[in-house]
Design a protein around this ligand. Structure first.
Ligand code: MN
Length: 491
């Protein structure tokens, strides 16, 4: 499903105490608010006013309906008046959709002349939302709390960002990952419990034989290759005359895409250690598939492949870009400290600062022909890198704030796409924190998904979230990780 096809159900709390006139006003206002919020153009998905809840049955019935409605990606609650929360217990305990408590108020100002006890009885979200908040806390509901005036742009942006995380949760729950070959031999961090990943994140991670892919590659027609070559030359500069090599990448891309689409997979992995019957490691092929929205992970890293797909779904329609990435080399000159991120081939061109070039160069590993790949620099901007690791018994998402810069060196002999960044709080402290938390060398680098969105996603999926910011210290982080470890053992 496309992002804009999802809807979020707006449930407004009240009670019978205030009489039917108040309830009619509440319902009319809730409907008006939903319409105006939709008309703002800020929310990525539609918010649909459903009910002014006055009884436990109304709430429970709507929750049951929401749980089984595929287009409903979450519920948004708000207490226009005081809504005694015992009536929410059954509904909230049964809720299986992402939940946002939107604390707001119909009126922006306290009207000096008009305010009397009737006004107070109608407009009491300030204590209604506290009653509602208590129950959420008492039930330990994983929930997003947003407070602010419902017509303010930054408030709607926050709600919109949460909607993206919730829609990504729906995407995640039906995500299938196709593995060509196993993880790179002996590597630890790309391993993980696939059953746990499916329980928590919904990912169906399965393997298909490389031989089946080779058969599919061999069945690709010249006409199919011609069509994809035309697409390549429209999007990229052909900086090689070895067109036969590029055509082979097209052939690989077409074959992989057919298999992915046939099986309904939106992410895939492969490994240079298992290319039996293939002439090249897919480079350009994987890069172009990522640009089309498929997740990818190198060396069999299915966790990063799936996260790339989830983040691309989360940020649909945004333009900063998100890519499979790997921390490669440091520039440790004092005052000018940067990480150089790249991969041996497969960085998504959605993060490119300029039109990518198709180049052909030898590849030192994998024992196959020189592969075609896209070469470019990543653009400057605020971004973050995300890693998902299996801690044994739980999944941990680690997110680090970074500032990407135009690479400070041209590096004319580096034959791959590259991104250069300053990690927060600084390169060395940031790397200390990352290593303490067990973050992988593979990440998703995203200019579009914010740490708040990723935190929202982690909360919805009930996995651990660690955020390394400009204020993080190794000492505080070490303490946080220690306490998290204890807490997660109790869960
Ligand atoms: Mn790698």
């Amino acid at each position: 499903m496309k992002l804009q096809e999802y809807e979020f159900w707006f449930i407004v709390g009240s009670q019978f105490l205030y009489g039917s006139e108040v309830l009619e006003t509440v319902a009319a206002r809730a409907s008006e608010m939903a319409d105006k919020m939709n008309a703002s153009g800020i929310l990525p998905c539609r918010i649909v006013y459903k009910v002014t809840a006055k009884t436990p049955e109304e709430i429970s019935d709507l929750v049951k309906e929401a749980n089984y409605c595929d287009t409903c990606a979450g519920v948004v609650t708000w207490m226009h008046t005081f809504s005694p929360s015992k009536m929410w217990i059954d509904g909230l305990r049964g809720l299986q959709k992402p939940y946002c408590h939107f604390a707001t108020q119909y009126n922006r100002e306290i009207p000096n002349e008009e305010i009397d006890m009737d006004f107070m009885n109608l407009n009491q979200a300030a204590h209604g939302d506290r009653e509602h908040g208590f129950l959420g806390a008492r039930l330990r509901c994983p929930r997003k709390v947003i407070m602010g005036y419902w017509q303010d742009e930054e408030v709607l942006q926050k709600l919109g960002a949460w909607m993206r995380a919730a829609a990504a949760a729906a995407f995640s729950k039906s995500l299938k990952v196709m593995r060509f070959g196993d993880n790179m031999r002996n590597v630890a961090v790309t391993e993980g419990d696939k059953v746990e990943a499916q329980i928590k994140l919904g990912w169906q991670v399965n393997t298909w034989p490389v031989g089946a892919l080779v058969e599919e590659i061999n069945a690709v027609t010249e006409a199919e290759i011609d069509a994809l070559m035309a697409e390549y030359t429209e999007k990229y500069d052909m900086a090689t005359d070895r067109l036969d090599v590029v055509r082979y990448q097209a052939k690989e891309e077409i074959a992989m895409r057919k298999m992915l689409d046939r099986e309904g997979c939106k992410a895939f992995t492969n490994t240079f250690e298992d290319l039996y019957g293939m002439e090249q490691l897919p480079g350009l092929a994987s890069q172009h598939l990522m640009a089309l929205g498929y997740g990818y992970g190198g060396e069999g890293d299915w966790k990063v492949a799936a996260m790339t797909a989830v983040i691309k779904a989360m940020t649909e329609g945004m333009t900063g870009g998100s890519a499979f990435m790997e921390d490669y080399t440091y520039h440790l000159v004092k005052g000018s400290e940067y990480s150089l991120g790249a991969h041996m081939l497969e960085v998504c061109p959605s993060v490119a600062a300029q039109r990518p070039r198709i180049e052909v160069h030898p590849l030192g590993i994998g024992d196959r022909g020189d592969p075609a790949r896209l070469v470019f620099e990543g653009h400057a901007g605020t971004a973050c890198v995300v890693s998902l690791v299996d801690m044994g018994g739980r999944l941990r998402m680690i997110c680090q704030d970074i500032e990407a810069v135009k690479p400070i060196l041209p590096m004319p002999n580096l034959p791959v796409a590259r991104v250069m960044w300053r990690a927060m709080p600084d390169l060395c402290t940031g790397a200390e924190c990352w290593i303490l938390a067990g973050g992988a060398h593979h990440t998703v680098l995203t200019y579009d998904a914010t740490p708040e969105m990723l935190h929202d996603f982690a909360r919805i999926m009930e996995i651990e979230f660690v955020h390394i910011t400009k204020d993080t210290t190794p000492e505080a982080l070490e303490q946080e990780l220690f306490l998290q470890d204890l807490a997660w053992k109790l869960k």
